[in-house]
Design a protein around this ligand. Structure first.
Ligand code: ADP
Ligand code: NI
Length: 216
């Protein structure tokens, strides 16, 4: 099968798996990450086919959507084999996805340019205006508060230290989102992250200004 056909079939497969998802991994997250990955791949001269395939499949193995990470990876492997993807591409894509879905404390570093590109694309969709929207949607879906002024100034607490093990949407900026800019891999990814980081900084300033006013 040619590359174009494989991409088309992969889009259909991922759509069928994720279009009903409410955990922040909906189909349009995949569309945005795939488009960002293609743009960064072009600027960084990475292989566009590997980047597109890995971006499309990157959340299929997520532990939130499977009973285990290993099961999720098997699902991706099964799909990719049935689509007739060549062995070298398969190995590369699986290694990118397994590194990305690793959620432990010491996340292994991406070793290939294509992996760096796709990871940057996923991180970019977690910050900026869209990242802000996703954070509040996710927090709402978990029954978390927008912000808890009684716990101020503890915005830098990690989730584990937080009351009832729950974070708040605003806390999530401090525990993760504001740190992502520093963890970008590629030069072009860093440039895009800079703009999106500033949007979040401005947003938080406005948020706390309005909160102060509504306190009076
Ligand atoms: P992905 O795997 O696509 O990078 P995650 O599964 O880590 O994303 O999270 C999905 C979305 O929900 C992201 O935008 C992330 O920032 C947001 N999110 C994750 N955990 C929390 C939380 N505790 N509170 C608010 N938002 C969160
Ligand atoms: Ni993702």
């Amino acid at each position: 099968m040619d590359k174009e056909k494989i991409i088309e079939l992969t889009k259909e497969y991922v759509y069928s798996e994720l279009h009903n998802d409410g955990s922040g991994h909906d189909w349009y997250h995949i569309v945005r990450v795939t488009n960002l990955a293609k743009t960064i791949a072009f600027e960084e001269k990475a292989d566009p086919y590997i980047c597109e395939l890995a971006a499309l499949l990157h959340d299929i193995a997520d532990e939130k959507l499977n009973s285990s990470e290993a099961e999720g990876l098997q699902k991706v492997e099964h799909w990719i084999n049935s689509a007739g993807v060549d062995r070298i591409t398969t190995q590369h894509v699986i290694s990118i996805i397994s590194t990305m879905s690793f959620k432990g404390g010491n996340q292994p570093k991406m070793t290939t340019l294509e992996g760096k590109v796709v990871q940057d694309a996923d991180r970019l969709d977690a910050i900026g205006a869209i990242g802000i929207a996703r954070t509040f949607a996710y927090a709402g879906s978990k029954g978390e508060l927008i912000y808890d002024p009684e716990l101020k100034p503890r915005e830098t607490m990690t989730k584990k230290q937080y009351r009832n093990g729950k974070s708040t949407a605003i806390n999530h900026f401090y525990e993760k989102l504001l740190k992502l800019k520093e963890s970008m891999n590629t030069n072009y990814g860093k440039q895009l992250a800079e703009e999106r980081h500033q949007i979040m900084e401005r947003y938080l300033q406005d948020f706390f200004n309005e909160w102060k006013i509504s306190d009076q």
